[in-house]
Ligand binder design. Structure first.
Ligand code: PGA
Length: 259
């Protein structure tokens, strides 16, 4: 299975941004050009409180866009004030969930172990986890990139079955490139993606060749195409640029095979 057999995917991570009026405008803009985005999965990941609104609007537009959340908790239900379970996300219409974003790891002190448990819970609830991995600037400079990413991947594989990657996706997001305007070069991104795929192939070549690996970190309309052309880059996880209709559409279009 090569790149052409993996369906490209672009996910927009809105982070803690959005409002009812912004949703109206952005989804209106996206919908006008949705018809030109063939053969690709486009996922919108708004904050929890807007999931249902976005789900309803996508339904009304008869949109093919998919819905994702930015986080979930690892338990099914119970006394976990402020948390949201994967089953609840499913209930409001989510199909995807971002797990282990570096902002969760850094600002909210999420450990590899917690992330692994969230990943497993999301998968078992029927969601598609998008597992984020990536090194900091200091880790890259000191030559630890591959050790860090391997640790992040292995901690998930200790808790969840490799088989989960028949459905789950990976997003390689170098921390130094997130929201900084710095982007990994296409070669840097592809090097990590190829290594990740190689590690999975050591256990199961079939799963490895099918798993979609997205790149994230300052992807813009101007650099998306060169990144997405790389043989092991199957699309992107987009932060800032996913809030601007035209920029996001252009990025999505760069991931289709007819560019
Ligand atoms: P960015 O964010 O595109 O704004 O760099 C990417 C992400 O955090 O997923």
């Amino acid at each position: 299975m090569n790149k052409l057999t993996r369906r490209p995917c672009v996910a927009g991570n809105w982070k803690m941004q959005g409002s009812y009026s912004m949703i109206e405008t952005l989804l209106g803009e996206l919908h006008q050009q949705e018809q030109y985005l063939q053969g690709i999965d486009v996922i919108l990941c708004p904050p929890f409180v807007y999931l249902e609104r976005v789900a309803k609007m996508l339904q009304r537009q008869e949109s093919t866009f998919l819905l994702g959340a930015q986080n979930t908790y690892c338990e099914e239900k119970g006394a976990y004030t402020g948390e949201v379970s994967a089953a609840m996300l499913k209930d409001v219409g989510c199909q995807y969930v971002i797990i282990g974003h570096s902002e969760r790891r850094q600002l909210f002190a999420e450990s590899d172990e917690l992330i692994a448990r969230k990943f497993r819970a999301a998968y078992h609830a029927g969601l598609t986890p998008i597992l984020c991995l990536g090194e900091t600037q200091a880790e890259r400079v000191s030559g630890q990139t591959f050790a860090v990413i391997r640790r992040q991947l292995d901690s998930v594989l200790e808790v969840a079955e490799l088989n989960c990657f028949n459905r789950a996706m990976i997003a390689y997001e170098p921390v130094w490139a997130i929201g900084t305007g710095l982007t990994a070069t296409p070669e840097q991104a592809n090097e990590v993606h190829t290594t990740l795929r190689g590690w999975i192939a050591e256990s199961d070549p079939k799963i490895a060749s099918g798993v979609r690996i997205l790149y994230g970190g300052s992807v813009k309309a101007s650099n998306a195409k060169e990144l997405f052309c790389e043989p092991n880059v199957d699309g992107g996880l987009i932060g800032g640029a996913s809030l601007e209709g035209q920029a996001f559409l252009s990025i999505c279009h760069s991931a289709t095979y007819d560019t």
